[in-house]
Design a protein around this ligand. Structure first.
Ligand code: DGJ
Length: 715
């Protein structure tokens, strides 16, 4: 107990240090140092131009170098960087010349923020750039606000990104996480050669988020080495440019993707971009993981449930698909309760006309053929079992075969004289329209008011096509994508505010729309429709590099006849590294299967506090070995949970003489403290466990083990 108190005190002292001043102004009043715990971002004004000087480790800033580039690179003059801002003034002039006007330090969400105002030398264009320091996570956040300060004529914005940083001359490698349905978050590393490498989303589907890491070429040590990293807080069209000049410097610019997009800023109108997050660490990819995942878990997740333990879920999708009815759902719920589930979620298929994926989307009232008594009587029975109830919705879509589409065919995105492109037999509803927003808000407000729903799974299954809004004024038509995303956020936020006790899960055909903007509005992500435990180990390894475990829902599901079928307890162990769910038709389970489920769920409840809120360590990567080892350590360093998954008979490609598991060195423990290791006699110092490590005698393919390491109480 004493030890725990000591460790807690250390944490408090560190937080006190963090709360000190983060933005320091130079003596000339025209230069700034924005400091986080171990990084600085420096900028200065020279000849009335705001320039970035340095971004990296604190100590490197002591020798001030030459500015690396403009804080807001624009189209105009010599174009030696990727512009963040490109406009056309009413008289057709396309170049911008920005000059510094003023600055102030403001408070944004409790953090010091440098606000710098620049204006065009001649035209009525004001450009305000914001840089917030988030010191305890070594992050900065940037965004830009532009305003037409003129009295007549609109300024056409052809490109406006959120922010950029310049890195000094070096050879760099980029790691990013693209994906596709079923193979979300696939890590790729590539050398950045002179030219621009762009990663982008044009259709609102990304399957891997905009998170990236840039490291000096050849640096692969997971625990040491410089890494610049970041992510865009946006869920629509986003874009990141890695612009490598021939002389070696690198510019990273990101924000909205103005592909098929433009804004016309009328007099007095302004527009603020989404935020881009940048970070820097010298602790390798592990340093990135710790900063990003703690920031998301501690600051970004919706406050209503931020600190709450996530429930064990049941989801009906793989058990029933569209074939849902009260009797079977109740039978599933009864078994779910028996095995220890806490939240029962009915997926697709419950609403009017939804017999298959060709009908029903848009008609958000219960299908009385399937639920003659409505939903609430069934929910009451499920509640009486001791389970909370959740439900699936897909607000942004409509099937042409629906009452909604028949009544409002103009409510979908479309172009006149052009084919409407269906995907999964559905079209995208034009959320840029206020009447559509009102309809959706009222439909889901009613659903939540009339039924005791505690969980919403919010799906989005079709990529953006035909983004036409023919009845909108012509000069607003190319802003529909932006408006859509604004209204999407407003819809989620309004419903959350009105129903604060409801949990929200983000889904888009699996993990098609996972990002930091969604992380601030949803409690969890459905990471992939691919629930094969072996594939899932890879997807989860990447996901947990960027997002916290308490946002990662994983279900134990049916066998795929074309794949290896690991035993049920292995499947459970894979899903227990996040928020555990079950997706089987559990009414068909044998008593023996139910016993395994009960035992694993009981075990999960015992360890989930540390898994969901602990610091993650990826000890053995499945991408480099035939084994995956994950570790979570709680804040007090008094408990650690280790997951070991073997993917082959001899996990480390060992020879026949050494067919045994090699030692695993743990991380994040207190070196001087004594720990017990589940399954082993005696106690070990934290230092021993981290330096020498222990062998985990787990043999054979598709075998798994969960090990608890606990601080030994001092007497
Ligand atoms: C796609 C999701 O990823 C699945 O989990 C499921 O909810 C289906 N949609 C339902 O249509």
């Amino acid at each position: 107990m004493k030890r725990v108190l000591f460790l807690l005190t250390c944490n408090l002292i560190t937080s006190y240090v963090f709360s000190q001043k983060t933005i320091v102004e130079g003596s000339n009043g025209k230069s700034w140092t924005i400091a986080t715990q171990s990084t600085v971002y420096q900028l200065s004004v020279e000849n009335d131009e705001v320039r970035m000087v340095h971004y990296g480790h604190k100590t490197q800033s002591e020798r001030q170098g030459r500015p690396l580039g403009a804080e807001i690179p624009v189209r105009g003059g010599y174009v030696n960087a990727t512009p963040l801002l490109e406009v056309i003034f009413p008289d057709g002039v396309r170049d911008i010349e920005l000059t510094y006007q003023s600055h102030e330090i403001v408070n944004v969400d409790g953090y010091e923020t440098l606000k710098i105002t620049q204006t065009d030398k001649y035209y009525p264009l004001e450009v305000v750039s914001f840089i917030t320091a988030i010191p305890e996570y070594d992050l900065i956040e940037k965004w830009v606000e532009v305003r037409n300060t003129g009295k007549k004529g609109a300024i056409k914005v052809e490109n406006l990104m959120s922010g950029a940083v310049f890195l000094p001359k070096d050879a760099y490698e980029l790691t990013h996480y693209p994906g596709v349905w079923g193979r979300e978050f696939t890590p790729y590393t590539t050398l950045l050669t002179p030219g621009t490498k762009t990663i982008q989303v044009k259709d609102f589907k990304s399957y891997g988020s905009s998170s990236f890491m840039v490291r000096p070429e050849g640096e692969t040590d997971p625990y040491n080495g410089k890494v610049w990293f970041g992510s865009i807080k946006y869920s629509g069209n986003w874009r990141l440019d890695f612009d490598k000049s021939f002389n070696g410097a690198l510019q990273i610019a990101g924000g909205l993707n103005f592909w098929d997009q433009e804004l016309n800023l009328k007099p007095s109108a302004s527009f603020a971009t989404p935020h881009i997050v940048f970070g820097y660490t010298e602790q390798g990819t592990e340093g990135v993981t710790h900063r990003l995942t703690s920031y998301i878990r501690e600051k970004l997740l919706p406050p209503a449930h931020r600190d709450q333990i996530r429930p064990v879920l049941y989801n009906s999708w793989y058990a029933t698909t569209f074939n849902v009815n009260e009797e079977h759902q109740l039978a599933l719920a009864k078994t779910a309760k028996e095995i220890g589930v806490e939240m029962f979620v009915i997926d697709d298929g419950w609403f009017k006309g939804r017999v298959n994926d060709r009908a029903g989307l848009g008609d958000w009232t219960v299908d009385t053929n399937k639920f003659p008594n409505g939903l609430q009587p069934m929910i009451e029975k499920i509640n009486a079992l001791g389970l909370d109830f959740g439900i699936w919705i897909e607000p942004e879509m409509v099937n042409p075969n629906s009452d909604l589409y028949r009544a409002h065919p103009d409510w979908v995105f479309h172009f006149p004289n052009r084919q409407r492109h269906e995907g999964r037999n559905q079209l995208i509803i034009n959320l840029a329209r206020e009447d559509v927003w009102q309809f959706l808000y009222q439909s889901f407000q009613k659903l939540l008011k009339e039924n005791n729903i505690k969980f919403i799974k919010w799906d989005m299954n079709k990529a953006m096509t035909d983004p036409g809004f023919p009845s909108a004024p012509t000069d607003e038509q190319r802003a529909v994508r932006i408006k859509y995303v604004e209204n999407l956020y407003r819809l989620i936020e309004t419903l959350r505010k009105e129903f604060p006790e409801v949990w929200f899960e983000n889904c888009s055909s699996g993990g098609g729309r996972i990002d930091m903007a969604m992380a601030s509005r949803f409690d969890f992500n459905w990471v992939s429709d691919n629930t094969d435990p072996v594939d899932r180990i890879f997807i989860q390894d990447s996901y947990l590099t960027l997002f916290p475990a308490n946002t990662m829902i994983s279900w134990v599901t049916h066998e795929d006849p074309h794949r290896q079928n690991p035993p049920l307890d292995f499947k459970f162990d894979v899903c227990m590294a996040g928020v555990l769910g079950v997706g089987y038709d559990i009414t068909k389970w044998t008593e023996a299967e139910k016993d395994i489920a009960k035992e694993r769920i009981t075990r999960y409840k015992e360890i989930r506090q540390t898994v969901q809120n602990g610091t993650p360590y990826r000890l053995v990567s499945p991408y480099l070995n035939n084994r995956s080892v994950l570790q979570f350590v709680n804040r007090e360093k008094s408990e650690s949970i280790v997951f070991v998954y073997n993917l082959a008979e001899y996990p480390n490609n060992m020879t026949s003489e050494t067919k045994r598991s090699s030692a695993v060195q743990f991380r994040g423990l207190e070196p001087a403290a004594q720990y017990t290791v589940e399954g082993l006699e005696g106690a070990f110092s934290g230092e021993y466990l981290m330096k020498t490590g222990i062998e985990i005698p787990l043999r054979g393919a598709y075998k798994s083990r969960i090990i608890k390491i606990q601080l030994r109480e001092t007497l």
